[in-house]
Design a protein around this ligand. Structure first.
Ligand SMILES: [Zn+2]
Length: 407
């Protein structure tokens, strides 16, 4: 088994790079900031900051801009990250569709495109089309510094393959690292979809800072979660940490594809919701639906219109999401849980029940310190997450990646 290893020792030069990285990460969030503010946030002396910022300006990563009001009405020069010079390509790969978007490292979208395919298509044909589209975008957008790819979990990131692909037989043997690592003259970083969503919320979600820990609870065709804890994505040994979709909520329950019984995913994924709805509310599906997200929207709309059966189904789903949140809280101690993907369309119909379950089943000292929200991202969280994978990695090594487009 190939293991992934990213951190070994740190040389003295690495320390400067770590500090430069901390500065660009602050500027990614704050947009414009004075040297004094950065010094305060990092707990470094003004002299150290001046030296570090000087290097970032010389490298073309940071610019001085205008005047900002500092402490005691002192006016200081503002600093900003040259985000528009550093673009990333995000690629979302899922069961029926792949999407590609060009963003800058502040999360601004430049263009996006989507390609549908059937599970009967050959995987190599789909991958060839994906590569061709990326090559075209790289020709058009010269300032791309990295590519992020989000794939369905559980993804073994050391090996480069998806561990459970029973509904995608053509994809069983695909190795994403072999396919993409050396295809382009840009670095490619790959993570699973829930981790991508967590990074999208972390970098582009506009959450109040400082933020210690964020859990992204993905409820779509699959159920999963991604955790960013103190600025780091939680990976585990194989990269599959926080697979809460496969935590059993009934050890005698139905058998899951993963080998466990009664997995949370079997109760609250879009597939689980639709299976019940097609039986209890067949009138909603007389007209065929385009995709599961749209089918779920019909159920939530019916509940909003007062349909009692729909309300009952939605409440059941909300209860399962509540159990999932209790698990996330006990396992990872998040400051905020953000619920995203298709089921999040239930929004205000789901939140009161989820919060009630969390209050009932966790200690008050804990539950009162966790915020539970529905994702407010306007862009598909997995596609945005793919861009966030690349953003996260390039911001960690600014002098390596953000100097590619200096001139
Ligand atoms: Zn399972």
């Amino acid at each position: 088994m190939k293991k992934f290893k990213e951190v070994a020792g740190n040389n003295t030069s690495d320390l400067s790079e770590m500090n430069r990285s901390a500065i660009v990460r602050i500027l990614q969030q704050k947009e414009i900031c004075s040297r004094a503010e950065v010094a305060k946030m990092m707990g470094l002396t003004q002299a150290s900051i001046t030296k570090l910022v000087g290097a970032l300006i010389d490298m073309g990563i940071v610019s001085e801009v205008g005047i900002v009001k500092g402490n005691g009405n002192r006016r200081s020069i503002g600093l900003r990250l040259n985000a528009e010079k550093n673009l990333v390509i995000g690629v979302k790969f899922s069961r029926h569709v792949f999407a590609i978007g060009v963003f800058d490292i502040s999360g601004k979208l430049y263009t996006q495109q989507e390609t549908e395919y059937s599970l009967n298509d050959f995987a190599e044909d789909v991958i060839a089309s994906m590569k061709e589209q990326i090559h075209k975008l790289l020709k058009k957008y010269k300032n791309v510094v990295a590519i992020g790819l989000a794939v369905p979990g559980p993804y073994l990131r050391g090996e480069g393959r998806i561990a459970m692909v029973t509904r995608m037989p053509n994809w069983r043997t695909v190795n994403f690292i072999d396919e993409f690592k050396h295809e382009f003259d840009k670095p490619v970083f790959i993570e699973q979809d829930a981790n991508a969503g967590a990074l999208a919320e972390w970098w582009f979600g506009n959450h109040d800072r400082p933020l210690n820990s964020l859990a992204y609870f993905l409820i779509g065709e699959g159920v999963g979660s991604g955790i960013v804890d103190h600025d780091r994505l939680l990976l585990g040994n194989l990269g599959i940490a926080s697979e809460v979709g496969h935590i059993s909520i009934d050890y005698k329950g139905p058998v899951c594809e993963c080998g466990n019984r009664g997995c949370l995913e079997l109760y609250c994924s879009t597939m689980a919701l639709l299976k019940k709805a097609e039986k209890d509310l067949p009138e909603l599906f007389e007209k065929p639906y385009e995709n599961r997200a749209e089918a779920c929207a019909r159920i939530f709309d019916a509940a909003r219109a007062g349909n009692k059966k729909a309300i009952k189904l939605v409440n059941e789903i909300a209860e399962y999401l509540g159990f999932g949140c209790v698990t996330l809280i006990n396992a990872y101690d998040p400051e905020i849980i953000v619920i995203g993907d298709s089921i999040a369309q239930g929004d205000e119909l789901l939140l009161p029940t989820i919060k009630k379950i969390v209050e009932e089943r966790t200690l008050k000292a804990i539950s009162s310190n966790v915020r539970i929200e529905i994702s407010k991202l306007k862009i598909d969280p997995t596609l945005y997450g793919a861009a966030a994978i690349a953003t996260d990695r390039v911001l960690r090594k600014p002098s390596e990646y953000l100097t590619l487009n200096k001139d």
